[in-house]
Design a protein around this ligand. Structure first.
Ligand code: ZN
Ligand code: ZN
Length: 421
């Protein structure tokens, strides 16, 4: 019986893998330029870590995690996001010292049991970054400028950066109360989820996608109106720094994010090119999380990029997958016998080369060479073998030259080097 992939997961096939590699390498380059170092964290953690960080009342913890018991009865979960694990690792390894700033990034698969739909998978990939040890608003703006540069380098246009501030432990409760008061008067127009959220997680109501709920919360109080003096000054500094750097943004006072741990600056990068799944990157400040997970009080900010969505937005002409400069076309058994050593010598010189292993005709080998984008094809048939040469065909100009079999490796290395290949 045929076994298919699990529902909601996706294979990344060779034809599209260049997008992933391109996004990963561009992100790495930019993040390292900004002083970030990579951290690799486990794919699973104690369930408790996510329950305590993401929050008990959230959809992720309530119904989307892949949770299982190991043979000792420990409850473990596949990571639904990266921040909790990075924070846990930093606390574990005593990396969050006072008066020091750490900048870390990660990449890898995350897991959420959501209803699969276009662009949303149960195993999905993220690139994320976190800065620990400072609440300087300059850093918030720096992270956003880093994302701005990344999108520019990926050639992705038409995105909008939206920012908001969710306040701190001082002013957030004030807003929460005001919002709850407003929502209690709107219960009749809210969906059942939002009626439930009114008590436990009222900010999430602003995030509800149902038209009725959107309509009902049209005139809800703005979080920005409740900010304390410090939070207001912080938000002004973030905006001022973005203005200074020329990073465009919009303020969206309804932007709340799904996770409990966010404070102050919150942001999303949106696109209208992917239908309803419109956030390609999101993040914000989470000044209380480290302490909440047992570390010393450490302000922090971070973001995550959705790789699937970025890949879908990547312009096709950015295809930088390396063309193979050389293809060897052996014709007949005697020529095939010469292949292993010749290929080995070419590859030992660092020359990318491929060949036919199936004894195909010249015509179909030329087609294959075309498919892989070979710049040159070396044809070795019976005549060439007798003359001790390889017929080297330039696939662009169609010019053919005879190159002595002896010394072929040197000559082709020189030719390719001359073309900067
Ligand atoms: Zn505040
Ligand atoms: Zn709702």
């Amino acid at each position: 019986m045929k076994i298919s992939a699990v529902r909601g997961v996706k294979d990344i096939l060779p034809e599209e893998v260049w997008k992933w590699q391109f996004i990963e390498s561009a992100s790495r380059r930019i993040m390292e330029n900004f002083g970030f170092s990579e951290i690799r964290i486990p794919v699973f953690e104690y369930t408790e870590l996510f329950a305590r960080s993401i929050g008990q009342g959230t959809d992720i913890v309530e119904k989307e995690m892949y949770t299982f018991q190991d043979s000792k009865g420990e409850s473990l979960s596949l990571r639904p996001e990266g921040t909790a694990g990075v924070v846990r690792a930093c606390i574990d390894h005593h990396r969050l010292q006072p008066d020091s700033v750490s900048k870390l990034y990660y990449t890898g698969p995350m897991f959420r049991h959501e209803r699969p739909q276009k662009g949303r998978y149960r195993q999905f990939y993220q690139i994320g970054a976190e800065v620990f040890g400072t609440d300087n608003p300059w850093v918030d703006a720096e992270i956003l400028s880093m994302l701005h540069l990344l999108f520019e380098q990926l050639g992705i246009s038409g995105t909008v950066l939206q920012i908001n501030s969710l306040g701190c432990t001082e002013c957030r409760p004030v807003y929460r109360k005001a919002l709850q008061k407003f929502l209690r008067n709107e219960q009749a127009s809210l969906c059942t989820d939002c009626r439930r959220r009114t008590a436990g997680n009222p900010l999430r109501v602003l995030d509800c996608k149902r038209p009725d709920c959107k309509e009902a919360t049209q005139s809800a109080p703005s979080v920005l109106a409740s900010l304390c003096r410090d939070c207001m000054a912080h938000f002004e500094m973030v905006k001022g720094t973005l203005d200074l750097m020329g990073v465009p943004y919009e303020v969206n006072e309804r932007l709340v994010r799904g996770l409990d741990y966010y404070t102050r600056t919150t942001f999303e990068i949106l696109t209208d090119q992917l239908g309803s799944q419109n956030a390609v990157a999101a993040g914000g400040r989470y000044d209380g999380l480290v302490e909440q997970l047992g570390g010393r009080p450490t302000p922090a900010i971070g973001f995550a990029l959705g790789m699937e969505r970025l890949a879908a937005l990547l312009p096709e002409e950015t295809n930088h997958s390396r063309a193979k400069p050389l293809y060897l076309a052996p014709l007949g058994d005697a020529a095939m016998e010469r292949m292993p050593l010749l290929l080995h010598q070419l590859r030992a010189r660092g020359i990318p080369v491929d060949t036919d292993y199936l004894g195909k005709s010249l015509k179909s080998q030329m087609r294959q060479a075309d498919r892989i984008g070979a710049a040159y094809v070396g044809i070795l048939g019976e005549d060439e073998l007798n003359d001790g040469v390889i017929l080297l065909r330039n696939m662009e100009t169609k010019a053919q030259t005879k190159v002595p079999l002896e010394g072929f490796v040197d000559q082709i290395a020189e030719t390719l080097a001359g073309e900067g290949a």
